[in-house]
Design a protein around this ligand. Sequence first.
Ligand code: ADP
Ligand code: MG
Length: 695
Amino acid sequence: MSNVTELFSSMVFDDATMEALLPKQTYKALQKTIKNGELLDAEVATVVANSMKDWAISKGATHYTHWFQPMTGVTAEKHDSFISPKDGGKIIMEFSGKELMQGEPDASSFPSGGIRATFEARGYTAWDATSYAFVKEGVLYIPTVFCSYGGEALDQKTALLRSMEAISKQAVRILKLFGHDDVKQVKTTVGPEQEYFLVDKELYDQRKDLIYTGRTLFGCRAPKGQELDDHYFGAIKPRVQAYMKDLNDELWKLGILAKTEHNEVAPAQHELAPVFSTTNIASDHNQLTMELMQKVAKKHGMVCLLHEKPFAGVNGSGKHNNWSISTDTGINLLDPGETPYENAQFLLFLAAVIKAVDEYQDLIRISVATAGNDHRLGANEAPPAIVSMFLGTDLQAVVDAIMTDKPYAKGDKETLKLGVHTIPRLPKDTTDRNRTSPFAFTGNKFELRSLGSSDSISCCNTVLNTAVAEVLDEFAGQLEKAKDFETALHKLVQKTFKDHKRIIFNGDGYDDAWVKEAKKRGLSNYKTTPDAVAHLLDEKNVALFKKHKVFSDVELEARHEVRLENYSKLIHIEALTMLDMANKDILPAMSRFTAELADAIAKKSAAKAPCQYEKGTLKDVSTELDAMYKAVKKLEADEVKGNDITDVVKLADFCRDVIIPDMEEVRAHSDAMEMIAEQKAWPYPSYGKLLFGVR
Ligand code: ADP
Ligand code: MG
C-alpha cells in the first residue's frame, strides 16, 4: 500500500475504529474507562469483545493473545484461537468479554524473583485499555498487565502505570495552585530514539557469539572503524533503505509513529525515532519496534542487533529516552511558555525534576543497569555511569540568576522574580547540546541518554515518574500552606536550585576530570550492574516506591533478585559461548595454522630458503595460543566455582570480579592471534566483514 494515511493504524482497533464499530453507549462507556481508568463492566466488555473479534477476523485474525512484558525484557504471548465447537461438528468464532478483560497464563516459567514461591503459580493478565489492541500476523493482540495471584506485579508495565498515576496525582495538585482547575490528569510522554546495527545474515550465522549472546565475544578491530565520521547521517545504502521502508510500513500499520531514520556513528549502525506518545503506549510501541526491526531484517537477509555493545572498539547502541510531562488540556509542563506565570510554573517543574534527579540519581542509574549496558556507560561513547543534568546555556543563565538574586541579562536592573518576570525565550533547538550528558534539557523535554538499546523503557520511566511525583508532593504540601503564594514559590524554587546544584554539570562528561569533580560533589558512580543494583533496596528507595504505591516490599525485593539473576545468567551464557568457541574453533584452528607454519619451516629449512615470516609468526601465534589455552582453563575452573554460588548477590559479584576479567583475558589472546594469523585460517567472519558487509 502506498498511501501512508490509509496504511497508518490500519491494523489497530483504535479510537476511530471503536467509534465506527461500537454501539454509541458502549463506545462512551469504554471511553470513560480509558480516560478515568475505571473498571469496565461485564456487559460493556462483552459488546466490545464481540466487535473487536469481528474486526480482527476481517483483518485476517484467527487467534487472540494477551500480550505482556514479563521481567525478562522481552514480550510474552500465548495464542488462543477464537474457535468454539458447535453441534454437528462445526465451529463458531467466539471471544467473550471475560477473555478480553482477563487471562490466566501459568506464571511459573517467568522470572518472579521469589514471588512465585509464596503464591500460586497462576498469573493474571488484565487489559490495559489505554493501549489499543491490534492485529499482527493473524493474531489479535491485547496489551495487558501481568500480576501474580496475590496481585503483585510480575511485569514491567504495572509499575509504569502506577508511576504515571502517582505523578499525575501530584502534578494536578501543583497545577491547581496555578489556577488550572480544569486539569484532571497529567501524563508523561516519551519519544525513544532506538539505535541498532544491521549485519548480513549469512555472516551472522557463522558467529556463535552473535547467535547466543547478541554481541561479538571475539574480534580484532578492522582496519577502518568510525574514525572518519563518514557514517553518521551518511547516505543510506540501498539495501538498508529497502529495509527501512519495509519496517516503516510494518510500524505504521500498527499505529507506531515512526518518524526519523538515519545512519548512526558506527559503521552498520542506524537509528529510528518515533514521534513521542504517552509513556505506556510508547513502551508498548518500543517493544513492537524492536521486535519488528528484527523480523523485517530477516526478510532482507540481515540481522538486526539490538545489543548495547555488539562490537568492541566502535560505538555501542543506546535508546535516548525523551521525556516530558503534559496535561490532559495539552500543556507541556516542561515548555517554558510565554507569560511570567507560565514561566514560573515551568521553573517549579524544572526545580522538581532537578531535585528528583539529584535525590534519586542512584535509582536512575539502577534503572538502566544491565550487563550489556555496562560496556557502554563511561566508555567515552555514552554518558558516564555518574548521573548528572545538563541545562544548556540559556536555561542555566536563568537558573543562575534566580539562585544568586541577580539580573539575568546585562543592563537589567531588577533581579529575576518568579511570576513577575518573563524569562528569555529559550530556543527549542539549542545547537550547543551537550552529547556527553546523561540527562539533558532539550528545549521542552529532558533526554535520558543512559538507557541501553535493548532495554525496555518501562523501568527508567517508572523511576523518573515516581521520583518527580515525590518532589511534587513535597512542593505541593509546602505551597498549599503558603499565605503568599508567589513569594513562597520564588523561595522554594531558589532554595531547590541552590540545594541541588551539584547535579547540574554542563562540562564534558567524558573527561576524567569530571569523575574526580563528581566525587567531590558527592555524586554516586556505580560502574557496574551489581554495584548499582545493590542500592535498589536502600531505605529511601523502598520508602519512595511504597509511599507512591508503585512497588511493595515484596515486589521490590523481587526486582532486586531478578535483575541480579539476569545479570549473572547473561554473563554465564557469554562465558559458556566463549569456551565453546575457544575450544571447538579458535584453539584448534590456530593449532593447525601453527602446525602448517612449522611444516613450512621444516621444508624451507631443508631447501635452505629463508623463513623469517614463518618463524616469527609461529613464535608469536604459539605464544598467544598457549596463553589463551591457559586463560581458557582458568575461565573453565572459575565457571565451576561459580556454579556452587547460590546467593544472588554473591554470584553477581563473582561474575563481575572473576568471570568478566577471565573472559577479557581469553579474548585478548584470541584477538592478538586474529590480528596476525592468515585470514583463511581464522574460523569466523572478521569485524571488517561484519561491519562493512551490508552493501
Ligand atoms: P533530536 O534529539 O534527535 O534532535 P528531536 O528533538 O526532534 O530529535 O526529538 C527526539 C525525540 O523526542 C522524538 O522522538 C520526539 O518525538 C521526542 N519528543 C519531542 N517532544 C517531546 C515531548 N514533549 N515529550 C516526549 N518526547 C518528545
Ligand atoms: Mg536526541
